[in-house]
Design a binder for this molecule. Structure first.
Ligand SMILES: NC(=O)c1ccc[n+]([C@@H]2O[C@H](COP(=O)([O-])OP(=O)(O)OC[C@H]3O[C@@H](n4cnc5c(N)ncnc54)[C@H](OP(=O)(O)O)[C@@H]3O)[C@@H](O)[C@H]2O)c1
Length: 194
């Protein structure tokens, strides 16, 4: 898949590298220069990376994502919001993105675990789960990108389930203080895997 990655720090750099290794055509969008100097794929301006990608990962601070998104053309794109923070009391970032770009397909993923778990998603024979939310339209394509990172995709529901991801993030932070940052969740269930 053609992927535009906005943000070249721990999350954008790590996920972009993993996806390029998995065979995706990745372009990083930067304001000035990348934070990592060993990035694979192309590097261009933010709007060039947006044009390039069928899927766009936003891995920058949440408020910066909304500010940047105002002037970007995102219609028809699969938007993956990995941000934490930037919500207002009125609206989470994902809902604000939908309001700004009703023609985009907005998902939230990769925000509930520290980046170390994208570099190394395995725990012995087990892999961590990655909770994600968004519309059903491109659910399977986003799930595929999660699998390519080595995590099990676990679809929680549409964007109204944003609070579930926030709660999972709080749990991750709470546990990581005692157990360290190489820490993921594995959900046990009898339901259908999606
Ligand atoms: N670190 C983690 O383990 C983790 C885990 C889950 C989710 N997250 C979330 O993922 C996002 C990225 O986290 P991070 O730790 O990789 O990096 P970060 O320190 O939150 O952000 C740094 C990146 O954001 C870019 N950036 C900052 N302001 C920008 C703006 N106004 N316009 C365009 N780009 C801007 C920076 O570009 P410049 O080099 O140009 O400044 C840099 O590439 C954050 O929202 C964070 O909450 C982080």
């Amino acid at each position: 898949m053609k992927i535009g990655v906005i943000g070249t720090s721990r999350i954008g750099g790590t996920l972009g590298k993993v996806w390029a290794s998995a065979g995706h055509d990745v372009m990083f969008g930067v304001r000035d220069k990348p934070r990592m100097d060993d990035l694979p794929g192309a590097i261009g301006a933010i709007d060039e990376a947006i044009q390039h990608g069928e899927a766009i990962l936003f891995a920058i601070p949440g408020r910066a994502m909304l500010d940047a998104a105002r002037s970007l053309e995102l219609g028809g794109k699969i938007i993956i919001d990995a941000t934490n923070g930037g919500d207002t009391p009125e609206q989470p970032v994902v809902q604000a993105m939908v309001s700004l770009h009703p023609g985009a397909f907005v998902y939230k993923a990769f925000n509930t675990l520290g980046f170390e778990n994208f570099q190394n998603p395995t725990f012995g024979d087990e892999r961590g789960d990655m909770l994600f939310i968004g519309p059903e339209a491109h659910q399977e394509r986003v799930a595929g990108l999660i699998r390519d990172v080595g995590l099990n995709p676990l679809y929680v529901g549409d964007l109204d389930q944003n609070g579930v991801l926030d709660a999972a993030l709080s749990l991750w932070f709470g546990l990581s203080r005692r157990l360290g940052r190489h820490l993921a969740f594995r959900v046990l269930h009898d339901g259908m895997i999606q």
